[in-house]
Ligand binder design. Structure first.
Ligand SMILES: *[C@@H]1O[C@H](CO)[C@@H](O)[C@H](O)[C@H]1NC(C)=O
Ligand SMILES: *[C@@H]1O[C@H](CO)[C@@H](O)[C@H](O)[C@H]1NC(C)=O
Ligand SMILES: *[C@@H]1O[C@H](CO)[C@@H](O)[C@H](O)[C@H]1NC(C)=O
Ligand SMILES: *[C@@H]1O[C@H](CO)[C@@H](O)[C@H](O)[C@H]1NC(C)=O
Ligand SMILES: *[C@@H]1O[C@H](CO)[C@@H](O)[C@H](O)[C@H]1NC(C)=O
Ligand SMILES: *[C@@H]1O[C@H](CO)[C@@H](O)[C@H](O)[C@H]1NC(C)=O
Ligand SMILES: *[C@@H]1O[C@H](CO)[C@@H](O)[C@H](O)[C@H]1NC(C)=O
Ligand SMILES: *[C@@H]1O[C@H](CO)[C@@H](O)[C@H](O)[C@H]1NC(C)=O
Length: 425
């Protein structure tokens, strides 16, 4: 024993290599990176972002879930700042985001003002539509009571909505709301993808696929016909869309449990979150945030209406489990080569599923990717991704904000000359 201690002492005096400083090591080291060069495209110094969308000319639009934030939709005006978009007035003030009925908290029912925008998507200009920024408002802000306990009040019809903004004249030109039989009070619309081909539904104006990721409610798909304004659900409570219980991912090497004031230590509860459409519109890829599995379903099964008595059974029968991917994933994107990108916070990485070889591959990994939250492929062939340090937000850390400014938009080149999906519309 004594002899061993002496040897340790000698080693400490002569060697420079410790576990905190391996710069002189002869051992193989994981440097934490692979993939194309990453550029730091934009910095967030004020509100922490959630979703983003990049236009055909490189305009960068960002959304922020609310809360206490002054606005929920913005446009970057330079490398370090964003301003409310299209106007500050379109935002309900923080004091008007929620209400209550018989002691039950509800979100606002205002169908024109913005409440809490979760996701954005830009579709290109077509003969019948301007280049459009689609804005998905959950109608469910995060409120914090006098004890400091955060909660997300139930939605009222009107509050949850999809707004279409022409980015050439910066004006809202269409608004869609949902009946309570489609958007439940505890639904939470998390992301959306479009098929704007006129023939995809009878409405003749295309369709949008929306995921209901609700932490507490019935997960599933909401499908909206942009021509008729009708909406319906599919795959509600199917195992492939449900939150996975007791999920413990690791972020920056630390196992993660959710810690919220006023609640026992728990786990993330989000169901179906990532969604992507194939370039030909035939397939929808998706997965719950708290699961390691990727799934797909033919679009035709989501498009089937309730008037078809076999619509739900056929949808269930046609779900494909595409296997594990090596970690949880939140947002998805897809490129013109048909690759399905998935943001993987537990690996500080972005993976992609390739339908040609049926496998998931690493695309880019970097220690700066601390919770990649939402991605947007530009017409310039770049992959843009929001970095928002979400596991360090106060809601998940006993009310303490451990995030460090700035947040960021990172970007890197797509492989194989990939670019934005352009066959839709
Ligand atoms: C780490 O070790 C190298 C030599 O292996 C030394 O040059 C360097 O100063 C050390 N860094 C720190 C922070 O101690
Ligand atoms: C990190 O390691 C990978 C894999 O060994 C290597 O390809 C890459 O060049 C390394 N990057 C840096 C910055 O050293
Ligand atoms: C960026 O825009 C903000 C908001 O308009 C402004 O306050 C700031 O001075 C600008 N910064 C630079 C470097 O131009
Ligand atoms: C909104 O929620 C906050 C926090 O729970 C509460 O103090 C406030 O009274 C609510 N507003 C209305 C109008 O109910
Ligand atoms: C809805 O919100 C908008 C934007 O704040 C506001 O102009 C409008 O008056 C509100 N409508 C109602 C019915 O409160
Ligand atoms: C903006 O463009 C849309 C779509 O082309 C159009 O419907 C709307 O009337 C325009 N609004 C304004 C204020 O020009
Ligand atoms: C729908 O329209 C697209 C072009 O937008 C075309 O390629 C496709 O074949 C059409 N599908 C059907 C079933 O007609
Ligand atoms: C898959 O969906 C199609 C279209 O609704 C349907 O015809 C087919 O029967 C479904 N497959 C199964 C195995 O149910």
């Amino acid at each position: 024993m004594k002899c061993f201690s002496l040897w340790l002492l000698a080693a400490a005096v002569t060697a420079q290599i410790t576990y905190q400083n391996s710069s002189g090591t002869i051992l193989r080291v994981d440097n934490g990176t692979y993939g194309p060069e990453i550029e730091e495209h934009h910095y967030y110094y004020d509100q922490w972002p959630i979703g983003l969308a990049v236009s055909s000319t490189g305009r960068l639009f960002v959304c922020y879930t609310r809360g206490t934030y002054a606005y929920t939709l913005g446009e970057a005006v330079n490398k370090t700042a964003e301003v409310p978009y299209p106007s500050a007035e379109l935002n309900l003030p923080p004091s008007a985001l929620n209400t209550s009925f018989n002691g039950i908290p509800f979100g606002s029912s205002n169908a024109t003002g913005l409440i809490s925008v979760q996701a954005l998507y830009i579709t290109p200009q077509t003969a019948s539509r301007p280049e459009t920024l689609w804005v998905l408002d959950t109608g469910r802000p995060t409120i914090i009571n006098a004890q400091g306990t955060p909660s997300v009040p139930y939605a009222q019809p009107g509050g949850p909505k999809l707004i279409a903004i022409s980015i050439s004249n910066n004006s809202v030109y269409a608004t869609y709301t949902f009946p309570p039989s489609v958007h439940y009070p505890d639904s939470y619309m998390n992301d959306l993808r479009f098929d704007l081909r006129a023939n995809v539904t009878s409405g003749g104006r295309g369709v949008v696929y929306i995921v209901d990721s609700s932490d507490e409610g019935r997960n599933g798909f909401i499908i909206l016909d942009l021509g008729t304004g009708e909406s319906w659900r599919r795959l509600t409570q199917h195992p492939s869309v449900l939150r996975a219980s007791n999920d413990v991912p690791s972020y920056q090497g630390h196992p993660f449990y959710q810690r919220s004031i006023g609640m026992p230590i728990g786990h993330l509860q989000e169901g179906v979150d990532g969604v992507q459409i194939s370039p030909d519109g035939s397939t929808i890829y998706y997965s719950p945030l708290t699961s390691n599995y990727l799934y797909s379903i033919p679009s035709i099964n989501l498009l089937a209406r309730d008037s078809d008595p076999l619509s739900e059974q056929a949808a269930h029968n046609n779900v494909s489990n595409l296997g594990q991917r090596g970690g949880n994933a939140n947002g998805f994107e897809g490129d013109s080569n048909g690759l399905i990108y998935q943001l993987v916070p537990s690996h500080n990485a972005i993976f992609y599923y390739d339908p040609r070889d049926l496998q998931t591959h690493g695309y880019v990994r970097d220690p700066r990717i601390i919770w990649p939250d939402s991605a947007s492929i530009g017409a310039d062939g770049y992959f843009y991704v929001n970095i928002n340090q979400l596991p360090y937000q106060p809601m998940w850390n006993d009310g303490v904000d451990l995030r460090v400014h700035p947040g960021a938009v990172l970007r890197c080149k797509l492989p194989g000359g990939g670019t934005k999906i352009n066959t839709l519309g």
